[in-house]
Design a protein around this ligand. Structure first.
Ligand code: FE
Ligand code: FE
Ligand code: ZN
Length: 275
């Protein structure tokens, strides 16, 4: 299976590939720029090519880049919205240095405008940013539903996807902690949750998994990640997700509170129990 964690991009692309190998990973996630916002650094085409060669040599799965948390394309304030749109467009240009990978973002928070308006603004932003020739697939992350987050259920994600013209350029990243916190009981009814996802969105549009335990109960709308097996979802239920035939082949990204040693341990543990 393809499993990895978030790596720091401060030393460049190839460095991340080498770090991933050290941890036993064969995919990884990285922030396209400082997660709290700010300017993106210069990219080196040569460095990107070295990573692509390393990925091919070691048969990596697709990478799952993550947009900065400050990006909110459905913000109420016009200036935040336009800044976020610029970041999105710029990040997609940068992602083309690493063709055929994923770029995941939090759909956004509507901050009182209502989910419907949020959905319209997010779809507008995607329609403005996506290019027919781009080789990156953009993923909407399933959200826990804290505050005014859009994407708190499968229906909201589907509503965004339906409004995007270049529909083959967009999909979903399934975050186990967020889905659980949103109220989908993957502990007692994983098959039912995946069936619901399939009916509403289609499992063919589920491209990646964020693989996390949760500190809180199902439906808590909290979004606090926990180490695999130390939270309310638990190891058995999470390993059932990792082993589920309908999710086979997707990159699984750990976003658990760990240091390198902890990530290496979790990756080894998941590999031991999964195909
Ligand atoms: Fe995220
Ligand atoms: Fe996530
Ligand atoms: Zn989260």
């Amino acid at each position: 299976m393809y499993i990895g964690n978030h790596l720091s991009s401060s030393k460049g692309f190839e460095h991340m590939g080498k770090e991933a190998l050290k941890l036993g990973a064969n995919t990884f996630a990285f922030f396209t720029r400082n997660p709290r916002g700010g300017a993106a650094k210069e990219l080196s085409e040569d460095d990107a090519k070295k990573l692509l060669a390393l990925m091919e040599e070691h048969q990596f799965g697709k990478l799952v880049a993550h947009a900065p948390y400050t990006m909110n394309v459905c913000a109420e304030k016009e200036n935040v919205r336009s800044f976020s749109r610029e970041m999105l467009a710029d990040d997609l240009v940068r992602m083309e240095y690493l063709p055929n990978n994923y770029y995941n973002f939090h759909p956004g928070s509507h901050v009182g405008q209502g989910a419907e308006q949020g959905i319209e603004l997010i779809a507008d932003a995607l329609n403005a940013a996506l290019k027919p020739e781009q080789q990156t697939t953009v993923l909407l992350e399933t959200m826990a539903g804290k505050g005014s987050e859009v994407g708190r259920n499968f229906e909201e994600l589907k509503a965004i996807l339906d409004r995007v013209t270049l529909s083959d350029k967009v999909g979903v990243c399934f975050d186990t902690c967020h889905v659980w916190d949103a109220g989908y009981d993957i502990v007692h009814d994983l098959d039912g949750v995946l069936q619901k996802f399939d009916e509403i969105i289609g499992l063919n549009r589920l491209y990646a998994v964020h693989f996390n335990d949760s500190m809180n109960d199902c439906g808590s709308h909290k979004d606090r990640h926990q180490k695999i097996g130390e939270g309310k979802i638990g190891a058995d239920a999470l390993l059932a997700v990792a082993n589920h035939p309908l999710l086979a082949g997707r990159p699984f990204i750990l976003e658990t509170p760990n240091d390198d040693e902890g990530y290496a341990r979790e990756i080894a543990m998941v590999r031991k129990y999964c195909l």
